[in-house]
Design a protein. Sequence first.
Length: 705
Amino acid sequence: MKQILQNMSSGETQLVDVPCPQVTNNQLLVSTKKSLISVGTERMLIDFGKANWIEKARSQPDKVKMVLDKVKTDGVGSTIEAIRSKLDQPLPLGYCNVGTVIDPGGTDFEIGQRVVSNGHHAEVVRVYKNLCVRVPDEVDDESAAFTVLGAIALQGTRLIQPTLGEVVVVTGLGLIGLITVQILRASGCRVLGIDFDSYKCELAKQFGAEVVNLSNGEDPIAKASAFSRGRGVDAVIITASTKSNEPVSQAAKMCRKRGRIVLVGVVGLELSRADFYQKEISFQVSCSYGPGRYDLEYEEKGHDYPVGFVRWTEQRNFEAVLDLMASSQLNVKPLISHRFTLEDVFSAYTALEDKYALGILLEYSDQSIKSNHLHSISLENNFSYQKEEVVCAFFGAGNYASRVLIPAFVNSGVKLDTIVTSGGITAVHHGKKNNFATAATDIKVALNNEKINTIVIATRHNLHAQQVIESLLAGKNVFVEKPLALTEEELSKIEKVYKNQVGKLRLMVGFNRRFAPQVIKMKELLSRANQPKCLIMTMNAGAIDSNHWTQDPTIGGGRIIGEACHYIDLMRFLVGCRIVDFKAMKMGAAPGIKVRNDKSSITLSFEDGSLGTIHYFANGGKAFPKERIEVFCNNAALQLNNFRQLTGFDWKGFKKTKLLTQDKGQKACIKAFTDAIHSGSDSPISFEEIMDVSRIAVKVAEVLS
């Protein structure tokens, strides 16, 4: 199938062949009939993509500080690489889609139903059920394509709580502004529209508004005063896009005492206290389509808000907009300025520069579902394979997989055959970039390919265990990024499958830190010590939002099982014997702190009497070293900072060694794994060790939950 993507580095808009996405929980597949280009949002994204690095930085000053902090901890080279990698990721465009259900997944939708959603510009889209509604028979596809923009306008209108007869100003008469005018008129309000564009002002008049044409030099404040009979307007909705602070300042001056201002667009926000103080004006920023937006529980997990407590969610706002269209109270036909076929997408985006551009519709042909429902596509990189070669498939192509794992496997001399992601976009992007032969959205494409003998798993943590099991059952070697599993039950299933396997398959978890050159040096120095050791490992992990998927116990498992497992493995490696006991404590409850188990201390006891403590802290400062390892024994000590500088204190024959750049052992870890396959030897980390570390990590996470 074809999909429109935006290159955020070059600004280039592309029409790309991608495999059909795979439906997961609470999702459905829709064959697109129409989609609407959002003139404001998509023009902004394209302009950002075309800007140079300096212009990009100026437009996102908050990101500049993050970059500077990263330079301090990771160095200039690593930071530049990370920025380039981020900008290199293709961005799917579009969020106004209408089409027909072709796969309802596990939802209540039915095949053949017409639906509207926030799906992208693509022949087939995968959407969450709470961001999708059925289209009434009275509403045609072209009108339905405006539903999502209509919901943005409706949510802004709801926030001012208009009552019959109130006077409301709409500043900015673009698509959302003109829809807002109609919704306000349907609510019984008198409306004054403000814009520089004469054409848009005329449309607002057609919809029943009075207007202020700023290009004619009209004074909006004087006009608003006259329009409100000298009382001041009841409310102002700002749907403009400008860096100027003037729209907010003008809005405050137009308002009566205790008037309301709602910002839907993007404008300057250097507010004057005097403008708001005497009138006690309220100011609020509207969030997209309405309640539920950006809430993982609502959008991705499908948990609706009770209607008795949250009457208007984003999904119910979609329904309300469609009801307005069905009853002829909202007419979007005059807002359609251009129509293009999907194949003529480049003309469609060129039309964004047209001063009369408003509603630009993309039309999709009646595609063959068979041709657009393919879960794999050839990337035209065909190779011949030798029987003894390591031929890999990748499951997942996120930031770590694309920046670290794929290059490391390439450098180790493997052949890359198939790359699988659930959505398909990143599979195609990184597949082409790294010369994979096939991009897919179904792991069975790789598991059923006899040429592939090795699977690399870098998906979300909750998928690891099942994908490991399926890969082993398919007779593949497995490299899985940590963690191996999230529960003891999953670990037991993996253990059973691995021990019952036919042949000699290797299972490797990406515990790369034990392969770091400074850790190897540390291990060598410690081999001379014949006494139990005391170890302290401090991870200044940095905060991650509580809503991030890694913090979700059912998806990421939390940061202890997802990240601290590295240090459990590293400590076991340095000590060189089994862990026999552990204790774990997390930070106490405090106001405003939602996640506490990422601020924990874990103490491990070993068979030889060694004792180790892992401090995993997410509340430290970025100026402090991110990772520090200390080992005490024989009246001496070793300290490793950020995997660069290793220092000996009273250590006989050793003082200090320092690397030019940080090396956490990823390349060496992967090389050891692929070499083991080439040579027919065992996995670099024994299965028993992997299970020992993984079980301790699961138990620690349970104690801290």
